[in-house]
Each structure stands twice: as C-alpha cells, then as structure tokens.
Design a binder for this molecule. Structure first.
Ligand SMILES: C[S@@+](CC[C@H](N)C(=O)[O-])C[C@H]1O[C@@H](n2cnc3c(N)ncnc32)[C@H](O)[C@@H]1O
Length: 328
C-alpha cells in the first residue's frame, strides 16, 4: 500500500472513509455507503427474498401490533425515523397514529436521497393528513432539525435491524446521544434481529439468487464511479459468515487473486493478497436480555417487546427514562 498525504479539508466524507478503510491493516468500508441509488434498490430486492426473514418478521409484528404500540403513545405524537428507506413497514404505524389524531408529522432521515424522495412522494399521495419533513443525510449527526407538533411527544423509529450495524459500544453511544436529544416521555421503537441458528442467519446474507452479493459488490461499483477506481468486480467474491462467539453476521468482499487497484481521485493504489478481505458489514444479533441491558445503559426504560410468531425478530418500545426509572 502506498502511503499518501491526506487531503482532508477538500475530501468528501465518502472519499475520506474509503481512504481510511482501504489503507488500514485490515481493510474495511462503512456499510452506510451501500445505499447509493442502485444499492437502495438492491436492498429493496433483498427485502423480498425468501431467505431474508428480517423484513417479513418485522412486517408481521407491525401489521399485527401497530394499534397496541400506538396505545402507549401520548397524543399528539410525531414520528421521526432513522434510516427510513422505503418506509413501507412504517405505514402500519402511520395508519395507527392517524386513526387517533387528525394530522401527523413524519420526519424520515436517510442517507439515500433517491429512496427518501421516492418514499415521501408515495406517502404524500396515499395519506392526505400526513405532513412530511424529510432530511437527506447521516442520522448519526443528530436530531438537531427535528420538530414536534403542538409540543407533543416524539416516537423515534429505528427499524430494519439498522442498530445491528453498530458494535455494542457504538450502539450504546448512538442510543445515548439519541436519548439526550429527546425529552422525558418520548419513545423509541427499535427493530432488532434475534440470535438464531447460524444456517438461517448465513442464508439471509448470502441468498441463492445472489442479490446480497450484488448489493455487497455494488460498493466497489460506487467507488469505481465516484472515486475513479478500477476494481474488477469479477475478482472479488461475496462472503457472509456468522461469528457465533461475537453474535454477528460478518460480510466481506474477498480478493480472488493477488491484485492492485487504483483509486485515481484519492491518488492511491491498494494491493490485495489472494484471499484478503474487505470487511463491509457487521450485523449484530441480540437476545432479549441484551436488549434490556442496552435500554438501561443508554437511559431508556424498556416498555414492551413484540416478537413474530417464529421468534426471529423483535420490535422494542423504550421510553426516555424519567428520574423514577434511572438506576441509582
Ligand atoms: C437496512 S436498511 C433499512 C431500511 C428500512 N428502515 C427498513 O427497515 O426496511 C438501512 C437504511 O438506513 C439508511 N442508512 C444507513 N446508514 C445510515 C446513516 N448513517 N444515516 C442515515 N441513513 C442511513 C440506508 O440508506 C437504508 O435506507
């Protein structure tokens, strides 16, 4: 690997993260960059795959329990959604809230501008009493621009196993920052995937059609396009592996031969050994005790957890702890 002068100041966050990730001893790329326009469409295709139980199970929970979830919410409540994607599952909650209050303010935040504008257009057509204030950007930068309707409560949605992309310390930090930007009584609905048989988990991230492999390799397509690189996609294989000890599915791109890749916009060349990996995603899996602990450690009181019939996935309602809930 050729050491290169950092061009910080002038580099986009994408360029800086790719530079840092590909020049590290163990190569990595952050999963948030999967979601360019094609990546977002590929993710939607993944959600429809037979192996990807996550979306089906979370849909089952929300379709059956949205009114029960809404019954825990004060009136009026506004919804904020982190990493909203297509917002398809969110519709169950929007409908449950619109059945209890005349209008609803929905504030989706997503790094994928294309998916955000497509989903908000469809929602506005389908729900005349919905107001939408969408933000295209990184939700880890906080909830600074979020509004509340008539001084009501906020329900923050963090669905689709998004939290699983963060290691336990990052997850706690992210949720604590979120908690601090909320008021007592505000709520969080967290969609978290549960630990299960490795074969089921690995199939969900390595489907027979190869859609997840395409989703993973599309990261290289994006780097080729945006950073003028020359990754040869045929020379990188997709691998998904469940690390039982850590409780996470790990996704990699594996170099099939010794090769050198050039990233002209970054002015770097990157060498790969045969079998060398780029770690592109972790998807942490939980058990209910870990989720309870995560709630307490990040300043929330766990209110209720709903599971699908097969007990594969969980939706967890947490409330910003008041002094009464906080551990002494
Ligand atoms: C796993 S998908 C889930 C989408 C949707 N919530 C669902 O459950 O189907 C992750 C979504 O979060 C968005 N995303 C990922 N990282 C993000 C970040 N750091 N900031 C904002 N959006 C992010 C992606 O664009 C994508 O829409």
């Amino acid at each position: 690997m050729e050491p290169l002068p950092a061009q910080s100041g002038r580099e986009s966050p994408f360029a800086a993260d790719v530079r840092a990730g590909l020049t590290a001893r163990r190569k990595t790329l952050p999963p948030k960059y999967f979601y360019d326009e094609l990546g977002s469409q590929l993710f939607e295709a993944i959600c429809a795959l037979p192996e990807y139980y996550l979306t089906r199970c979370e849909t089952e929970i929300l379709s059956q329990h949205a009114p029960a979830i809404a019954s825990y919410l004060p009136r009026p409540t506004s919804i904020v959604e982190l990493g909203s994607g297509s917002s398809v599952k969110t519709r169950y909650l929007l409908e449950a809230l619109l059945a209890r209050q005349e209008t609803l303010l929905y504030q989706p935040i997503d790094i994928s501008e294309s998916m955000l504008s497509q989903s908000t257009r469809h929602l506005l057509l389908d729900y005349p009493n919905l107001r939408i204030q969408a933000q295209a950007g990184d939700y880890t930068h906080g909830l600074g621009a979020v509004k509340r309707a008539q001084d009501g409560a906020l329900l923050v949605l963090f669905l689709g196993s998004n939290i699983g992309n963060y290691d336990p310390h990052e997850a706690q930090r992210l949720l604590t920052t979120l908690q601090r930007s909320l008021r007592p009584g505000d709520l969080l609905l967290l969609g978290a995937d549960l630990k299960k048989a490795p074969a089921l988990l690995e199939a969900a991230y390595d489907d027979a059609l190869g859609v997840t492999a395409a989703f993973n390799r599309n990261l290289l397509v994006r780097i080729n396009r945006e950073l003028r690189a020359d990754f040869d996609l045929k020379k990188f294989a997709h691998r998904a592996h469940y690390n039982v000890e850590d409780g996470r599915v790990e996704m990699y791109l594996v170099s099939q031969e010794v090769q050198e890749v050039h990233l002209r916009s970054l002015n770097i060349s990157v060498q790969f050994q045969r079998g060398e990996t780029i770690h592109t995603e972790n998807s942490w899996k939980f058990d209910l005790e870990q989720l309870q602990m995560l709630a307490a450690q990040s300043g929330f009181a766990a209110v209720h957890s709903w599971l699908d019939q097969g007990k594969h996935f969980s939706c967890n309602l947490w409330q910003v702890a008041t002094a009464r809930h906080l551990p002494v």
